[in-house]
Design a protein around this ligand. Structure first.
Ligand code: 5GP
Length: 193
């Protein structure tokens, strides 16, 4: 066992298709549950977007540094996504457990399945769109991506939906409040007080 589970703290992994509104759902969940839950800060090699702060949104590190950490076995999980590396440091998770938090990881599906391998007691939640058609409409509705990008995203969505079959729970995001309440119920059912 990698972590001290006697403290009854749990790790929840939340993934979801691009465009499904997972960020909004997680932010709302965190607003309502910040006393007992912490949102894990990942390492990434991608450049910060406007407004993103190092150490708060991500730990922004170089590719060299990331690869050194891989070789040294520092990651609980990591993945390459859209030509960048993303990963969760094992030490960070241990520290947050020791501080007494339940932890939420907002990560993509390859990393999520690595977490489940190493920590079978972790709970995997997948946020899915009501339908692929609905998601396609949302992606097109943003008017931010060209057709080729939309097609790539949709192919990625299909891969993620296949991987989601290995998750413990699927939450359909047809309504934000609904989705948050469902996640709250899942966490209540899985955290022993
Ligand atoms: P973004 O660049 O938009 O912040 O994130 C891109 C994708 O990387 C999202 O699907 C996000 O969930 C995922 N991601 C963020 N942090 C991690 C991480 O530590 N590990 C893995 N495997 N995926 C991550």
């Amino acid at each position: 066992m990698l972590y001290n589970v006697s403290m009854n703290k749990k790790l929840f992994v939340i993934s979801g298709c691009s465009g499904v509104g997972k960020g909004t759902v997680i932010n709302e969940f965190m607003k309502r549950n910040s006393e007992n839950f912490i949102l894990s800060v990942s390492c990434t090699t991608r450049k910060p977007r406007v407004g993103e702060i190092d150490g708060i949104h991500y730990f922004f590190i170089t590719k060299e540094e990331f690869e050194k950490n891989i070789l040294e076995g520092k990651f609980l999980e990591y993945a390459q996504f859209a030509e960048n590396y993303y990963g969760t440091k094992e030490k960070y998770i241990k520290q947050k457990f020791e501080e007494g938090f339940n932890i939420i990881l907002e990560i993509e599906t390859q990393g999520a399945l690595q977490v489940k391998e190493k920590m079978p007691e972790a709970v995997l939640i997948f946020i899915a769109p009501p339908s692929v058609e609905e998601l396609e409409n949302r992606l097109r509705g943003r008017h931010t991506e060209d057709e080729e990008t939309i097609q790539k995203r949709l192919a990625q969505v299909k891969t993620e939906l296949i991987r989601s079959k290995k998750y413990d729970y699927i939450v359909i995001n047809d309504n934000i409040n609904h989705a948050v309440e469902e996640i709250e119920k899942i966490t209540r059912d899985n955290v022993k007080e």
